[in-house]
Ligand binder design. Structure first.
Ligand SMILES: Cc1ncc(C[n+]2csc(CCOP(=O)(O)OP(=O)(O)O)c2C)c(N)n1
Ligand SMILES: [Mg+2]
Length: 822
């Protein structure tokens, strides 16, 4: 809580009632004649045409999936196709008033939204811009296929391009909008303002909030529409996204032009079902989805249910809601009522709904009814509508024909280039700033109290006389992280940071102390206790082009952001076909002293997921240099920090941590001490455990251990370790993570493979026990200890004269523990 806002007990203890206002439900009641002053005949017909295009596209996919045939073209598509037959009016109505600078996000069922937004963008863009977008996308590869022999105008060409890019993506072809790596559920095309669709239900619920933050913080024009299903209202990321999007601080604390609500519409495409679960009446309790807005904020999120079977009702709603966002009164919740006549997927037997119900909705078919009303109102003749259908069928047939042709539309050539996807996992770019501009700060860096305090600190752990520097005067690991971060805030105008207690408090472990003074609210703010959305919003912010540092207070809370860390953050660069980059650093602090749910090292979990870079520094010099690299890059980095060592000084890099900027490349382990008899490879704070063990080995037995600090888990250069093992013939690996399934095991296996011929004994892994973490007073029985390293060396590598091991690392013990599952 910022000090500038006082909480007066007299006010908050006052007796009162909360009054709720009214939420409109299907209030639109205009006729075509009423709307004639808002729409030209051409507009009405375009709305109809766009719905027909979506219907035909989805019908084609349905036939391909169920019969392997459409208009004489045969094809087998084994992958997904969640169709939206029945939902066309809601998609077209949503997209109709959106500009190219307005971004939509979606779900697994978003083909219709992609086409609707694409058609709307094509209508709005001038021919020159359109052509430039198409010819620059993948150097014109997608365009080339549809352009060959095409005789229409640029807009017509663009419609072919849109359908082809989308279908090629669905069929996993290289010319698809995301090189075929996204597929049906993830396809998107950013030049038309179509942002990622998400196969994880509710996945867009927080990512889209991050996109809205990007627009707001970087003063970009446009709004964000988060298209998600009704059943996703039960998902954590959606609720967290809603909380994040409606924080009071946008209205109360953000200043100047940054003041005001987020430009975001949560648009629930409410087709009344999950897969087979009925939301209203079975799996949810809201009765009418729009009711949910009432509880969220005093504005009730301007919530409304709109009839998504009438495109004009949806257009009307979006126009009104867009206006609210332009006045900075967002975000908005829309409950766009619709129905999917198609199954959840083409294999769906509709066992959960009656035939009568489907037929009743088919009777209300939005395309037929809208078409009839246009005819009745004298807007168009039936023949014209029929012709639209014919032209569309021919178009879809033509596009299908191009897409299933393996020569015109090949897949990525994994046969001849098996590493092609591997090369797409990271963008590996380096840039000082994501965008030119002057970063907004409150004071010059030299005037920052923390910067001034750090200037007077000793940047090496001992002074010139060799005496240890006191904690108060010592430049600590947390100072190294701070220096890298504040430097970037003054370099990159897009950089923003958020997390719990990031402002005022100074970050949970005082890393951010000094940042509050330096930065306006929109660049550093406290988030709700929503670890999922803390990461999810960072993803949305990053994919739109902003650099961001999100902080998860304790590693143990990563579980709360599991989907974001495992399914979202690592995937979007490659699933986009490298169209987007992801300059997102997630700071994760590994605890101690606080027991089983506050002390776990889960670095192995993140290192397991392809697409994340994982860093774990153990010294101030490395912390600063690695954070600088992480912030210079454009890839997602999970930056682990250990609470055990936030206050250590620099013991290795002489004469101390440089004041100036420097980078330490991610992936290079560092030899912290040279030796010839044993290699000890450490991750994180166990560097200091290894040093203690090495000192004892040396003093008692004259064994010289070489200590290598991994510093980074992904990427990782094994050469340094292999060279060491060639010299020593022995290796022990240690970290604070529970041993089973840890990254140490992965490293041990790789080292065995690469250095088998040089090893006198198999690599020895000393992780933590496979238990819950006990209280601080018992931690020495849980975490890797110097004595464990010595005992293991004695038992598994080379007997130490006169040594009596306290811990049992025998084969029998290992077999026994594994048998017990501990
Ligand atoms: C996190 C997650 N849980 C479950 C699924 C499986 N699943 C796919 S779609 C779906 C129903 C989603 O319903 P809704 O959000 O209303 O969207 P709709 O399919 O109706 O468009 C389910 C359960 C999933 N993809 N992701
Ligand atoms: Mg649904």
């Amino acid at each position: 809580m910022p000090k500038i806002q006082n909480i007066d007990p007299k006010v908050v203890r006052r007796s009162q009632f909360i009054e709720f206002g009214r939420i409109p439900v299907n209030q639109y009641n205009k006729t075509i004649d009423d709307e004639k002053r808002n729409f030209s005949n051409e507009d009405f017909i375009r709305i109809y045409r766009d719905m027909v295009v979506i219907r035909e596209f989805e019908t084609m996919l349905n036939l391909i999936k169920t019969r392997n045939e459409y208009n004489g073209i045969t094809y087998n598509h084994p992958g997904p196709a969640h169709l939206s037959i029945g939902q066309e009016a809601s998609a077209v109505g949503m997209a109709y008033n959106l500009g190219v600078e307005d971004f939509i996000f979606g779900s697994h069922r978003s083909h219709g939204e992609i086409l609707a937004k694409g058609l709307s963008a094509i209508y709005r863009l001038d021919e020159k811009d359109l052509y430039s977008i198409m010819s620059n996308y993948f150097e014109g590869a997608t365009l080339k296929v549809v352009e060959k022999g095409f005789s229409g105008n640029t807009k017509e060409l663009a419609i072919n391009f849109l359908l082809y890019g989308a279908l090629a993506e669905i069929f996993a072809r290289e010319n698809g909008f995301n090189k075929g790596l996204g597929g049906s559920m993830h396809a998107f095309f950013t030049p038309f303002g179509i942002y990622p669709n998400n196969a994880i239900v509710g996945g867009s619920g927080d990512i889209s909030v991050g996109a809205a933050l990007y627009k707001k913080i970087n003063r970009k024009p446009g709004i964000i529409v988060c298209n998600i299903g009704d059943a996703s209202m039960g998902c954590g990321p959606v609720w967290e996204g809603i909380c994040f999007a409606t924080m009071d601080q946008y209205k109360t604390l953000w200043e100047g032009e940054y003041k005001g609500g987020l430009p975001l519409i949560f648009n629930f495409m409410n087709n009344l079902y999950g897969m087979g679960g009925q939301t209203m009446g079975e799996t949810m309790g809201y009765d009418i989805l729009a009711r949910v807005g009432a509880g969220v904020n005093p504005e009730m999120m301007h919530s409304e249910r709109v009839d998504g079977y009438n495109p004009l009702a949806v257009i009307d709603a979006f126009k009104r809601k867009k206006h609210i966002l332009e006045e900075k009164r967002g975000p908005v919740l829309l409950d766009t009522l619709t129905y999917r006549v198609s199954g959840h997927s083409p294999s769906d037997a509709s066992s959960y709904r009656s035939k009568d119900e489907i037929e009743a909705w088919q009777k209300e078919d939005s395309i037929i009814i809208f078409g009839d009303s246009l005819i009745k109102a004298g807007v168009v003749k039936k023949e014209i509508l029929d012709e639209i259908q014919n032209v569309t069928t021919r178009l879809v047939t033509h596009i299908l024909h191009l897409t299933v042709n393996d020569e015109l539309s090949p897949r990525l050539d994994l046969e001849n280039d098996p590493d092609v996807i591997g090369r797409m996992m990271f963008s590996n770019l380096k840039t000082d700033r994501m965008e030119e501009g002057i970063p907004e700060v409150l004071i010059p860096m030299e005037e920052n109290p923390r910067v001034i305090a750090i200037k007077n600190k000793e940047r090496f752990h001992i002074d010139s006389e060799g005496k240890p520097v006191s904690k108060a005067r010592l430049y600590q690991l947390r100072d190294g992280i701070f220096e890298a971060i504040i430097d970037r805030f003054y370099k990159d105008p897009t950089l923003a940071a958020w997390g719990e207690e990031n402002r005022d408090w100074g970050g949970a472990f005082a890393v951010y102390r000094g940042l509050t003074e330096a930065l306006p609210y929109h660049r550093l703010f406290n988030s709700p206790i929503s670890e999922g959305a803390i990461v999810g919003t960072a993803i949305g912010y990053g994919m739109c082009g902003g650099r961001v540092i999100a902080e998860i207070m304790y590693c143990d809370f990563l579980g709360r952001s599991g989907d974001e860390i495992f399914n979202q953050l690592p995937k979007w660069q490659s699933m986009s076909g490298n169209i987007i980059s992801m300059p997102v650093v997630i700071r994760v602090s590994v605890g101690s002293k606080y027991g089983a749910q506050h002390s776990q090292d889960w670095s192995s979990l993140t290192a397991h997921i392809p697409g994340l870079k994982v860093v774990f520094p153990a010294t101030p010099f490395d912390a600063k240099g690695l954070m600088n690299s992480a912030l210079q890059g454009t890839d997602p980095v999970i930056f682990f920090e250990s609470q055990r060592i936030y206050d250590v000084g620099e013991m290795f890099h002489k004469p101390g941590v440089p004041e100036e900027y420097y980078e330490i490349p991610l992936g290079e382990p560092d030899i912290k001490r040279t030796g010839s008899d044993l290699t000890i490879l450490t991750i994180g704070a166990t560097l200091y455990t290894a040093i203690k063990a090495a000192d004892i080995l040396n003093q008692n037995w004259g064994i010289n251990a070489e200590i290598i600090d991994a510093r980074t888990l992904v990427p990782f250069n094994y050469k340094t370790v292999i060279e060491s093992v060639k010299k020593t013939g022995r290796i022990i690996l240690t970290s604070d993570a529970s041993s089973r399934g840890s990254f140490l095991k992965e490293m041990a296996q790789t080292i065995t493979e690469l250095a088998f011929d040089y090893l006198d004994a198999p690599p020895v892994v000393i992780g933590s026990r496979n238990w819950i973490i006990p209280a601080f007073e018992m931690e020495e029985y849980f975490f890797s200890q110097p004595g464990w390293i010595i005992d293991a060396f004695h038992q598994k590598i080379m007997p130490l004269k006169g040594h009596v091991a306290k811990n049992d690392f025998s084969d029998e013990k290992i077999i026994g523990l594994n048998n017990e599952g501990v």
